[in-house]
Write a protein that binds this ligand. Sequence first.
Ligand code: 13P
Ligand code: SF4
Length: 371
Amino acid sequence: MLILSIRRVTMAADGFQFAFTPEVETSTAPLWEKVKQHVTPMEWRRQAPLIAEINRLKQAKNAVILAHNYMTPEIFHGVGDYVGDSLGLAKEAARSDAAVIIQAGVHFMAETSKILSPEKRVLIPDLRAGCSLASSITGADVRLIKQRYPGLPVVTYVNTSAEVKAETDICCTSANAVQVVEEAARLWGVDRVILIPDEFLARNVARQTDIKIIAWQGRCEVHERFNAADILELRAAYPDAEILAHPECPTDVIEASDFTGSTAAMTDYVAKRRPKRVVMITECSMASNVAADSPETQFIGPCNLCPHMKRITLENIYETLVHDRYEVTVDPAIADRARLAVQRMIDLPPPAVPARYDLVKARHHVDVELI
Ligand code: 13P
Ligand code: SF4
């Protein structure tokens, strides 16, 4: 009897549908109102029962879903218990008292959760959800960099492996990179800081501080594809649109935009300023998720898809809960060293105001030293 019922559920995730019952329709109706601009009724009849089932299983298993801002709207609004940027998700992983963390995001985020909560079971729905920045650098690379620049602090973007974090003095995210670089320079008593592996983040930070930056040539494959001509074209077509760009974008894109900040800072910008029209130069799901809470703002493309983030689906989140897979582990010796770097970042006060490009617009051609 038990075997039969498990099989029925498994088959559902493999392609058979749960019933879109009147109960499911009623319980998911408020959510439908939020996502209906981005999900067709046909998709919703398949997704809504899965959302209801995931939310039931989460409670039964004392699991929490941490969902990044780049998740699709049905995940972000439907099953995410905590949604946010990399900094917010890391803080929540440290805070959560759930037994199981399901990371609706990419592998480095799940590793960060495991580093901060070694006693919890951390699961990711697809182990192949990587990141071009994380795979651009290894722990051995960082050891060589430290030999080349003895005495300088190593600030590492959280978009890196646990092995790289273990070689790091202090981590940063796009929300706090300027603050972390300045804090590292102050603590080490130096005027140069190594900020790796995102070259564009490093270049964009260099424009906002007097600290000299030593950078690595890693790139986000999603944000590096935008260029300044895209922005000029958008300005000509939509002169009243406010253009927000993620700091992983090339510097000329940032220069042509109105604002730069982390995904959480972009969300906050729209919530507070309520622009009539906005363009988000970042991953595609970001605008869909913010649009659901900002009906008076018109969101205009373009956007690029992150193939790694898009590996996470409602179906594989459901399967993660049913099969208790795929567990993300970190060697305890590496985790202990990496935790120091992540915890130093978490212990900093929250960044006071999001980075505002217009405050530093005069600072052109601030160069970085490329390793
Ligand atoms: P934030 O959410 O920290 O802005 O990062 C964006 C990103 O690319 C995560 O993969
Ligand atoms: Fe990595 Fe870029 Fe995808 Fe973020 S958007 S996970 S930085 S490849």
